[in-house]
Design a protein around this ligand. Structure first.
Ligand SMILES: C[C@@](CO)(OP(=O)(O)O)[C@H](O)COP(=O)(O)OP(=O)(O)OC[C@H]1O[C@@H](n2ccc(N)nc2=O)[C@H](O)[C@@H]1O
Ligand SMILES: Nc1ncnc2c1ncn2[C@@H]1O[C@H](COP(=O)(O)OP(=O)(O)O)[C@@H](O)[C@H]1O
Length: 290
């Protein structure tokens, strides 16, 4: 969602959720080929930009303190966009972080995509969509799908995007143990044979049908993630044990896992149950964005 006033452009950066993630091969450079159904949840970070003489970034929000030192991906996105468009690198950016960092829900990628959208508006740019997608890919593999911002089949390492069938109304509960899990280590730890591509081809009629369709596919990174961080297995069991949970699964390379629920009441009850069980976990109920 984008809002614009005279001086501000605000763009939401929703959490990316890999509803399925099949590892289908490996490129000569070591990157793995994926076939993933990517959707978005109604919770995320927020990027606001306004005119300024130079580039500044202020970061606030509940998870801001867990960002590491070094260049924020939002600044990288701004710099690359200004270079590509041949405009001065000038804007005041505010990033409000709510998503855990390095958590498999693409917080950084969503922030980068939201920055590209917000600054394109602020600077009055009209880059062709293909140019913007290429720029997004040069920032990170998940940035193009976050730029798309709707349910998408993602192949290659993130560069091949096809709109996914419409998803039915459903709710997610995202759960993160607030322990980071390194993406390269998870890919390195996988030992299973490659999977065959297996996209979702039809729109599931309701949340139950969606759960069934997802259950027939997997997240191939779950086993290596559990081997590296057994807590992921405990989270999946705790989520699956919640009343009315239709499916429990890990997103991306973890450690965030999600439960799928038919409606808001079931999701909120499960979130309350999980928070009571483990007060130290980050637990967020949110609608699945169709
Ligand atoms: C696994 C996914 C699925 O959406 O999401 P996250 O768990 O990061 O959210 C992405 O493919 C994450 O892609 P990307 O954002 O590029 O991951 P990075 O952290 O930059 O990748 C770090 C390292 O992981 C390995 N890697 C990453 C992606 C990929 N398709 N194959 C790989 O082998 C490579 O060793 C790479 O150098
Ligand atoms: N704005 C940002 N939000 C999150 N991470 C960022 C940001 N800027 C830079 N990073 C770096 O990007 C890495 C990946 O973060 P993130 O996108 O949250 O994880 P994931 O790719 O597992 O979903 C982090 O470890 C952090 O070092």
């Amino acid at each position: 969602m984008t809002r614009m006033t005279d001086r501000f452009v605000t763009v939401e950066a929703p959490a990316k959720v890999n509803l399925t993630l099949l590892v289908t091969g490996k490129r000569p450079d070591g990157y793995h080929l994926l076939d993933s159904l990517v959707a978005f949840a109604g919770i995320g970070d927020t990027v606001t930009v306004q005119p300024a003489e130079s580039l500044t970034l202020v970061v606030d929000g509940p998870t801001a303190a867990s960002l590491p030192e070094g260049e924020n991906i939002v600044v990288k996105a701004a710099r690359l966009l200004a270079e590509a468009a041949g405009v001065p690198l000038a804007a005041a950016i505010r990033l409000t972080k709510r998503l855990p960092v390095a958590a498999g829900i693409g917080g950084g990628s969503a922030d980068a995509a939201a920055t590209l959208t917000a600054l394109s508006k602020l600077w009055g740019l009209d880059l062709p969509p293909e140019r913007l997608r290429t720029l997004a890919l040069s920032i990170g593999a998940d940035v193009p799908v976050c730029l798309a911002g709707r349910p998408t089949r993602m192949e290659g390492v993130g560069e091949v995007l096809t709109p996914a069938p419409t998803l039915p109304p459903a709710w997610l509960v995202l759960v993160n143990p607030l322990v980071p899990l390194s993406t390269p280590s998870v890919f390195k730890a996988r030992t299973a044979p490659f999977s065959s591509p297996d996209p979702l081809t039809e729109s599931p009629a309701d949340a139950h049908a969606l759960a069934q369709a997802l259950a027939a596919r997997r997240n191939d990174l779950t086993a290596p993630a559990v081997a590296l961080l057994p807590l992921v297995g405990e989270m999946l069991a705790a989520i699956a044990a919640q009343p009315d949970c239709l499916l429990a699964r890990m997103s991306g390379s973890g450690a965030t896992c999600f439960g799928l629920f038919a409606d808001e009441a079931a999701a909120r009850a499960a979130a309350a149950g999980l928070s009571a069980h483990q007060p130290g976990w980050w637990v967020a109920p949110a609608p699945l964005l169709g």
